[in-house]
Design a binder for this molecule. Structure first.
Ligand code: NAP
Ligand code: SF4
Length: 671
């Protein structure tokens, strides 16, 4: 039996058949907002259809102006733009796929000034208070959903998904947290479910029986005043009876203070709630969130927890996810590492989403370049993210590539990052590169520093020698209590019970987390996750929240920075709050506006404002940024050997794996 027999088996819906059990879930990518005409969107989805996604669900389209998530967000309420939609649906169909349009009314999450909701309560993540919908507004909105679905059918979509989770409008009606009405649309559960039931009925009546209608239900709200598991089961059965074809699992409202998709969330974490949906209804159920590899997907399907799996970010990371699985090439799958850095964080900063491990995502057309006519000999010095992205891309484009790495293994800074709980996901990226190295016959010489004469023999020389930790000149910095983040994260040094961290950039936070967490195998244990975040998997209390477990901190840690003001401003928008909250729970202290005076047996001597203090710590971890390792590049330049300088070796400041990989890949396209 094929190891992925469940994942690869088709699903017959009666009027249509899905080719396998993997759905590409809806994502905000901003592609649909910004790309007119829809050429880039069509290409983006068509590649995923060709790569085996059984059904693609678009980003959310509002059924009317009030429901827009943001000004100028995507809407489908009239025939005007149907030709653009047809170019997308046709491209997907020609690629052998199916596509459904997500209908998303943002309710009180809308960031424009005219949002509407069941009540006037503002959301904690959006200061704009909504207007209370009248009964006439509700009636009109239900019609708008039905019209939107009918337009989607006209535009060639195979179905629609009614977005009823994550705290958007429908969710706001179902939960007492946001619904204080006393009319037919509030109060009893039956009344609160009236909106989704009416929407489903009217959508089904408009689109006919042979059209996929997915209902994305909030399988656990993770907010106070949310629904219980029994109420969610009642809702699932009600929408099934009203005409849903499939139920998709949503998890947590956007305002929930529990991470649902970040690296800190163990893989396959939420299937307990999918299982409950499956027990409640007869129609197929989709499991979602933190399903990132064919193995996790197969395990969920084989265990009967769901009939289908939805992956969203994994399709950004690898558009051929299922094609590779079908072809027995799962070792070639570029796995989403759940970092959110180039997808969600890009969206939050007004950009179009792409992917840290696959910078081509959403920019497919930019990378449409013919293979080179001439095979070149390419030397890449440095096997960190920039070097490996460059080497493997050059190898895939037919060049003869040699990689030189001074360390005994490839991976560079990722080998350090991977030791932080959750960031062991980077192992997948290193595994992926290793596979490409074999596939493209790339020669890798580890523990080797090439000579300039050796490098002069190549047609192209790429210097990706990375960064080294910045040394500080604080008096006493050579005291035995002082160590660098490299020594701590690599395990070459251990920390005492009282720790000061100098520098609070991304690495300072990583070190604080590393030193305050249990070892990764415990930290990433689902039971630990549930306890730490106070989640009741039985969801007997409304919203599924209970008191989080309190644990004595493992160490007394203080983070320090010279700048005044709040720490962690540079952390990712979608993940920074998680880290801050976790460190606060572990009583990690923070001091800003600090001057470092000296270090001695008494500890770290500092001044904060006008106060001189001594921090009596056992260990001082220096996380004060990095400097470029560009010595080899300078020597080559002196000798007249032309070379390309990329990644941290070119610019250490604000270096992250995203920039390194992007630069490496783009350079390889110029050879
Ligand atoms: P960083 O973000 O530049 O932070 C360096 C820290 O060291 C700052 O807090 C800075 O604060 C302090 N510092 C700088 N020079 C100093 C000096 N001479 N003496 C004392 N303190 C000094 O660098 P990083 O933390 O090493 O991170 C490197 C890159 O990796 C960054 O781009 C970062 O965003 C990225 N990264 C991201 C993540 C993530 O979760 N997304 C995780 C790890 C790394 P003051 O100058 O105010 O003291
Ligand atoms: Fe996944 Fe990170 Fe890529 Fe987003 S940027 S799709 S989280 S790997």
């Amino acid at each position: 039996m094929n190891a992925y027999a469940h994942l690869l088996s088709p699903l017959d819906l009666g009027f249509t058949k899905l080719s396998c059990r993997a759905i590409m879930g809806s994502m905000h990518t901003r592609l649909e907002t910004l790309d007119r005409p829809a050429e880039r969107v069509a290409r983006f989805y068509a590649e995923r259809a060709r790569g085996g996604a059984a059904l693609i669900i678009t980003g959310g389209f509002s059924p009317n102006g009030e429901g827009l998530l943001e000004p100028n967000g995507p809407v489908l309420s009239e025939h005007g733009h149907l030709h653009e939609h047809r170019s997308v649906t046709e491209a997907v169909r020609q690629a052998g796929g199916k596509i459904a349009l997500q209908i998303l009314h943002a309710g009180r999450y809308a960031t424009h000034g005219t949002s509407v909701a069941p009540s006037t309560l503002a959301s904690p993540i959006n200061p704009k208070a909504p207007r209370r919908m009248t009964a006439a507004d509700i009636e009109r909105t239900i019609e708008d959903y039905a019209t939107c679905a009918a337009l989607a059918r006209d535009a060639g979509y195979d179905g629609v998904e009614v977005m009823a989770s994550e705290g958007y409008l429908i969710n706001e009606f179902t939960a007492l947290r946001t619904n204080d009405r006393s009319d037919d649309w509030g109060g009893s559960l039956e009344n609160r479910l009236r909106l989704p039931v009416e929407i489903l009925r009217r959508v089904r009546a408009k689109v006919g029986a042979d059209f996929i209608v997915i209902y994305r239900i909030s399988s656990i709200d993770l907010v106070e005043g949310g629904l219980t598991s029994d109420e969610i089961a009642v809702q699932a059965r009600a929408v099934e009876a009203a005409g849903a074809t499939i139920i998709n699992q949503g998890i947590g409202w956007h305002e929930a203070r529990v991470p649902t998709i970040a690296q800190k969330v163990p893989r396959g974490m939420w299937t307990f709630a999918a299982r409950r949906l499956k027990d409640a209804v007869k129609i197929p159920v989709i499991a979602s969130n933190r399903i990132s590899t064919p193995d996790v997907a197969e395990r969920i399907l084989a265990s009967g927890e769901a009939d289908l799996v939805s992956m969203a970010r994994p399709w950004l990371a690898d558009p051929e996810f299922i094609a590779k699985t079908r072809g027995g090439r799962t070792d070639e799958v570029n796995v989403c590492i759940a970092c959110n850095q180039a997808c969600l964080d890009y969206i939050f900063s007004g950009r179009v989403a792409t992917c840290l491990v696959n910078p081509k995502a959403g920019r497919e057309i930019e990378f449409d370049q013919p293979l080179p006519m001439v095979q070149k000999r390419v030397a890449v010095v440095g096997a960190g993210p920039a070097g490996l992205a460059c080497a493997t891309t050059a190898g895939a484009r037919g060049h003869q590539v040699t990689v030189f790495e001074a360390q005994s293994r490839i991976g560079g800074q990722l080998n350090l990052a991977r030791n932080v709980p959750g960031k062991e996901e980077f192992d997948e990226t290193i595994r992926y590169w290793r596979r490409l190295i074999d596939k493209h016959g790339i020669s890798v010489k580890t523990a080797t520093r090439p000579t300039t004469d050796e490098l002069a023999q190549f047609d192209e020389v790429v210097i990706a020698t990375g960064v080294s930790a910045r040394h500080l000149d604080i008096p006493g910095v050579r005291h035995p209590s002082c160590v660098s983040y490299v020594e701590i994260l690599s395990g070459r040094a251990s920390a005492g019970k009282r720790v000061a961290i100098i520098g609070a950039g991304g690495i300072g936070f990583d070190v604080a987390e590393f030193l305050s967490s249990p070892p990764p195998d415990q930290a990433m244990d689902p039971r630990h996750f549930l306890a730490e975040w106070g989640i009741d998997p039985a969801n007997t209390e409304k919203g599924g929240l209970i008191a989080p477990a309190t644990e004595a901190p493992l160490r007394e840690i203080v983070m320090l920075q010279r700048k005044p003001g709040r720490m962690g401003r540079g952390l990712g928008v979608s993940t920074g709050w998680i880290l801050r909250l976790m460190l606060a729970k572990r009583k990690v202290a923070q001091m800003t506006g600090v001057t470092y005076r000296h270090i001695d047996d008494a500890g770290l001597h500092i001044t904060v404002g006008t106060d001189d203090k001594v921090l009596p710590v056992d260990t001082i971890v220096i996380c004060a940024g990095q400097e470029s390792e560009r010595g080899l590049y300078d020597v080559l330049a002196e000798k007249g050997v032309k070379a390309h300088l990329i990644g941290g070796a070119a610019k250490a400041a604000e270096l992250d794996a995203m920039r390194a990989i992007d630069e490496g890949m783009r350079l390889a396209y110029t050879f």
